[in-house]
Write a protein that binds this ligand. Structure first.
Ligand SMILES: Cc1cc2nc3c(=O)[nH]c(=O)nc-3n(C[C@H](O)[C@H](O)[C@H](O)COP(=O)(O)O)c2cc1C
Length: 205
């Protein structure tokens, strides 16, 4: 095999490991492109995509996590249809990963509480807007009160944001991986059963 191809080029087990490696890095490394996936939802009529920050990647339970405002449109859509799709791309490594799964909304429960405690003030500010995200405004607005604009409040003054905070956990049932290479692209799909059994197949790129 050509020396320039990575170890995973012809090895589905290593592809699976590489996907989780990138997801795990995305959670902790701000410069990792897998940190900012596009999340696609569908309310039965339209599909809509938006960027989120990847906040958790749990290989043992095949689950990935992001945080959002409980009042946001995402929650309305997820309550209608909890099928969820993520798209990731790392430009340098030329790896695209598409993930499909089912989403669970954690609101005002142990999971949300644990995540909230670890959340920094800068992130908590997103949950301090008095109007729900998406509310129409006559004036240009950040949604924040004048006292909060351009400032970071004391952490004790951010607790109210917990009422708007939730954690979305996605139980993954399918990965689709695409690697772009001049030697020939590679594409594979990996399915995960409810018991976390993995099966994978090569597919034509
Ligand atoms: C770099 C970046 C990171 C973002 N991270 C999040 C996030 O972690 N959670 C979130 O709800 N929205 C996040 N957003 C905002 C969403 O993309 C979206 O605009 C917002 O959540 C409203 O979406 P909705 O109307 O579909 O609910 C982020 C946007 C950008 C550009």
């Amino acid at each position: 095999m050509n020396k320039q191809t990575p170890n995973f080029y012809n090895n589905k087990d290593l592809i699976y490991d590489e996907i989780w490696n990138l997801l795990s890095r995305g959670v902790v490394d701000r410069s990792e492109e897998f940190r900012l996936p596009t999340v696609i939802l569908n309310d039965g009529k339209f599909s809509d995509g938006r960027i989120v920050v990847l906040r958790g990647a749990f290989k043992d339970i095949n689950t990935i996590r992001f945080h959002t405002d409980y009042r946001s449109d995402k929650i309305r859509i997820l309550k209608i249809n909890n099928n969820i799709c993520f798209v990731f791309y790392n430009k340098k490594r030329k790896i695209q990963v598409r993930i499909k799964g089912t989403a669970l909304i954690n609101y005002n429960n142990e999971i949300a509480k644990k995540a909230w405690v670890k959340t920094q003030v800068i992130s908590r500010k997103c949950y301090l807007a008095s109007n729900p995200p998406g509310t129409i405004s006559r004036e240009p607005t950040s949604g924040l009160s004048k006292e909060l604009e351009g400032k970071n409040p004391e952490i004790n003054n951010t607790e109210i944001g917990y009422n708007n905070f939730c954690v979305i956990d996605t139980k993954i049932n399918k990965f689709e991986w695409l690697y772009l290479a001049s030697q020939g692209h590679r594409r594979a799909k990996i399915s995960v059963t409810d018991n976390n059994n993995i099966s994978s197949q090569w597919i034509t790129p």
